[in-house]
Design a protein around this ligand. Structure first.
Ligand SMILES: *Cc1c(COP(=O)(O)O)cnc(C)c1O
Length: 465
């Protein structure tokens, strides 16, 4: 098989879902009605949806089959025991506490551990992790390595935490004020970049030396394990499961959204070793999510998630997954569309500032590109730039964000290579007419999280012609 280069989808298709094809004219009407914000276009009019990889994956025949044998008993269901044993097998953690999604697990953990005196370090906190810590009036700090902040720089583990900064952080704030240290694998906020095993081990060593528990935000643990296998010396002959087990072996607990690598449309968990924290977390769970053996999920969900966690460790799947994302990034780069290097595990991030240098940051080049991608090919992506971050929440002042990115997140097992080829052809159309693209201005915005609902209109050029 050495002469075969195509990365095939390692599955056959048993159930299909039609994709809606729209005309360019119809898309113009829809985009206009949505005020140039693809968030406001109904999904039935989207041909390729790269808004998020969260909860958008395809379940397997085995997962759908498992749903039929879900045990819906309120307490002590067989489906919970299966869920618990699959997670214990991979993570080695003593207590497994189900939750309806990742942020619910975070909220429960931080409600018992964080107050205004507490500091929590991470490579990069994901939005919901940061928000849940800050909601408790705690302080969430990002200590990713400098290389991780440079979009054009190639580095195998751009998600690594800076270990020297972590040591200094502990010295500055005091171990007694740090309820836990975190690593997010892969680092979603930093572009889906992986963390090396050496860095995970090193983080655990430093935290434990000071008596601080170590948690993983492990939503994309199998993608991270695959990157370790192909990029870190000494792991090339280990299975994904063995690598994942070693990653978790250095930690004392994890919060996880199973809408990512768990192949779930909903679900999450908190797992940990500490008996006292587990008891407190279960008490809180009963108040917020449900009894500790279902935690806001149906028995059939627990079955599907347990099966999904087994399937996510399949190396052929991961090769196809990581390969597809890299294939999309390479295709874009070859036609002159710059992306964060190297491609992440779950998404490609286009550098819109670099691609559309004639559009001022405060005329939102990322949003312009999102609108044009929809017009050209019915493609939906999300702006991560000055629309998302450009308004100071205290003063209301407009300030350009550090980067103007467009994220194309890849749903799991949903699109084939020919879908990606179509997307690339559409993107080529954009390259040809990029100089004609014009900036946008905001005509309406919500007081916070404006990117979800803002409306736009073409702006006058800020530059004199
Ligand atoms: C998605 C995500 C979460 C939150 O999970 P939800 O299921 O969306 O609540 C937390 N951390 C990371 C890294 C994520 O990607």
């Amino acid at each position: 098989m050495k002469n075969i280069k195509t990365i095939i989808e390692p599955f056959k298709i048993k159930v299909v879902e039609p994709i809606n094809l729209t005309t360019r004219e119809r898309r113009e009407e829809l985009l206009d009605a949505a005020g140039y914000n693809p968030f406001l276009i109904d999904a039935e009019f989207i041909t390729f949806d790269f808004l998020t990889d969260s909860g958008t994956g395809a379940m397997s025949a085995a997962q759908w089959g498992a749903m039929m044998v879900g045990d819906e008993s309120y307490a002590g269901s067989r489906s919970f025991r299966r869920f618990e044993s699959v997670i214990q097998d991979i993570t080695g953690f003593k207590h497994v506490i189900p939750a309806h999604q990742g942020r619910a697990a975070e909220s429960i953990l931080f409600s018992i551990t964080v107050d205004e005196t507490k500091w929590v370090p991470n490579n990069c906190h994901f939005d919901t992790t940061r928000a849940n810590i800050e909601f408790r009036k705690g302080h969430a700090l990002d200590l990713v390595i400098e290389e991780g902040k440079n979009p054009a720089l190639d580095h195998p583990f751009k998600g690594n935490i800076d270990l020297a900064k972590l040591e200094a952080f502990i010295k500055e704030h005091g171990a007694q004020n740090i309820p836990m240290g975190y690593l997010t694998v892969t680092n979603n906020t930093g572009g889906g970049q992986p963390v090396s095993m050496a860095n995970i081990r090193g983080t655990g060593k430093i935290l434990h030396k000071h008596g601080i528990p170590f948690f993983l935000d492990a939503c994309r643990f199998s993608e991270n394990a695959y990157f370790i296998k192909i990029r870190e010396k000494g792991y090339e002959n280990r299975t994904i499961k063995e690598i994942a087990q070693e990653m978790f072996s250095y930690a004392d607990g994890a919060t996880v959204s199973l809408k990512k690598d768990g192949f779930g449309n909903i679900g999450g968990y908190l797992a940990l070793n500490d008996d006292e924290w587990a008891m407190q977390a279960r008490n809180m769970l009963i108040l917020r999510e449900g009894f500790p053996t279902y935690g806001g999920l149906a028995g059939r969900d627990l079955e599907a998630l347990a099966q999904g966690l087994i399937e996510t460790l399949d190396e052929n799947y991961l090769q196809y997954r990581i390969g597809s994302v890299a294939y999309l990034a390479r295709g874009l780069n070859e036609m002159g569309i710059p992306t964060i290097q190297p491609a992440g595990g779950h998404a490609v991030y286009i550098d819109a500032k670099e691609f559309l240098p004639h559009i001022e940051p405060l005329q939102y080049p990322g949003q312009v590109l999102c609108a044009e991608m929809y017009l050209e090919g019915g493609i939906r992506a999300v702006e991560i730039g000055s629309v998302m971050f450009g308004k100071d929440p205290n003063t209301g002042e407009e300030k350009p964000a550090a980067m103007e990115l467009v994220r194309m997140a890849m749903p799991r097992r949903v699109y084939t290579q020919s879908h990606i080829d179509y997307v690339l052809e559409a993107m080529r159309g954009l390259v040809e007419r990029k100089d004609k693209m014009r900036g946008l201005k905001i005509t309406w915005q919500a007081p916070f999280l404006r990117h979800f609902s803002a409306r736009f209109a073409p702006a006058e050029s800020l530059r004199r012609q």
